[in-house]
Design a protein around this ligand. Sequence first.
Ligand code: FES
Length: 72
Amino acid sequence: MLVGPLPMLKAVKKLAEEKNIPCQISLEERMACGLGVCLGCAVKKARSTNENPEYFHVCKGGPVFQAKDVDI
Ligand code: FES
């Protein structure tokens, strides 16, 4: 599991995907409500499209996610 600055998370996520290594990341997002209401902590899902965007709420679903599931 990774914890750290976003550029490092992106780099390790990319490396893990290239080497087919399971990887979990802990995301740090600003949280206003902590209840899944304000969308301030939303992080795009990896498989969502621009036409149909989907998001995780870090406050409800995280902060730890499978790296392959999030678009960071
Ligand atoms: S902090 Fe408001 S939705 Fe997550």
